[in-house]
Ligand binder design. Sequence first.
Ligand code: FPP
Length: 225
Amino acid sequence: MHVAIIMDGNGRWARERGLERVEGHREGAESVRACIEAAVEDKIDQLSLFAFSEENWGRPADEVGTLMKLMMKSIQEETENLLSHDVRFRVLGDLEKVPGILRAAISTLEEVTAACKGLQLNIFLSYSGRWDILQAAKRFAADESDPAGASAADFEKYLVTAGIPEPDLLIRTSGEQRISNFLLWQCAYTEFYFTPVLWPDFRKPEFRAAISEFSHRDRRYGKVK
Ligand code: FPP
């Protein structure tokens, strides 16, 4: 099973408490840890987290800096934990925009966990669905000898998610009910789950409630039963 999450509501969680937005992101990082743990315990195959969108580069510089530092810190602190739980770590997105020091830490963690066979953790960083489709289209046009005869399966090999099965379930926290340029191509038949819970409050019980609701969905993929 592949679970994807749009982690939303860190800022509102902080504001409700009279705290800086940054505090919401710090608490949100704890929810990231909790959901990874739940995914490992429940033997989920793939967990995809939308950590930072292309559009997020437009936030105030200090908030962007804090988010990058938080990711750096999480990588440093969690390496051993990921390895001991057999988690394969990957980061997907337009990484040219990411500070070099973070990019290097990401590459190292991707390499050391490359052979892990348990949960695959996909962190989407500097990512947007339209960017992904466009970069795929450019490479497809340059590489394919017979574009007119190509199938969807031929095209999707160029998406950054090539080889990763499509999400079965997409969770979005904080009450917003939209996809916000996340996995546009990949979510064609994904089930959506929206919850008013803000991301810093989304922990193991909330994660499991979403999976449980999903297990009752009737998926027909446009066909009849
Ligand atoms: C959305 O809340 C959250 C983000 C843009 C960032 C998500 C990042 C983390 C949880 C930090 C750590 C990540 C990793 C992978 C360790 P928002 O700021 O949009 O909230 P708002 O809509 O209430 O303002």
